[in-house]
Design a protein around this ligand. Sequence first.
Ligand code: BMX
Length: 290
Amino acid sequence: MSKPRTVLSIDVGGTKMLAALVRGTEIVDTHRMPTPREGDPAQWLTALFGAIASWRGAYGSVGAAVTGIVDNGQWSALNRKTLDIPDGFALTETIERLAGVPVLAANDAHAAAWGEYAFGAGNREDMVFLTISTGIGGGVVLNGRLLEGLAGHFGQSRSAEWPDDALEDHISGHWIARQAAPHQSGATARDVFSAARDGHDFARRIIATSAERTALLCRNIQLSLDPRRIVIGGSIGLAEGYLAAVDRGLEAVPPRLRPSLHAAALGENAGVIGIADLAERQQNLRENQR
Ligand code: BMX
């Protein structure tokens, strides 16, 4: 087995951007910055590549894991409230111009699903990855294949209760922060978890409601795809006490219908490790076809 080469992975989420030099499952170096809420993706990516200019020459390909849907290298938002991306942004072309090496781009939760399947809590079995973060994303790996396109976009689900809204707008980090505003002005989702840890009832109720709704979503995923595992990731999904609260929401579910929930073993690195492996596989394929 040849030694894995170094890949530049970038993970652009609704709240933060993470750049990492990745070699197999080793994170060699990282750089984090907030995802700008102004400007356009070309400006965001130019700023990120400016911040990691010293890494040029250290990587032979780029993997880009981004919130939103990626179709043939074109990037679009499904929920502009999660991140306001113009339709059909030329993501792969822009990064290839900035980096000067081949690029593979995919949805962030798809990348994380592959990372957890291949190297983490997915145990290389049929699995669904669910990230509860700024939005709610997901990825599905069945028979060793990562489903692409809209597959896994559970946060965009519609329900009879909120037919005009994306489900994530009633569960995720943005929703948690909105619910806390009347109690703690300007609170972020992270502040709500701190307030819950400090015993504030308003915060505990908000988190319990979010977790109950995530438990319902997991039940529906189980009935749709019957995965061996549902691996939970994301800043909310991995926050203290959240996964336990979701599990409590499943206690009354009959065993055959109950999802088996596991915390993402790779944590916030699932996306950068997953997209690095996918980019390396594409690079190897290209080289073998020469
Ligand atoms: C949204 C959607 C998904 C994404 C998910 C988690 C947009 C911009 N994003 O459902 O593609 O995977 O949020 O995104 O439509 P994150 O920013 O919370 O990682």
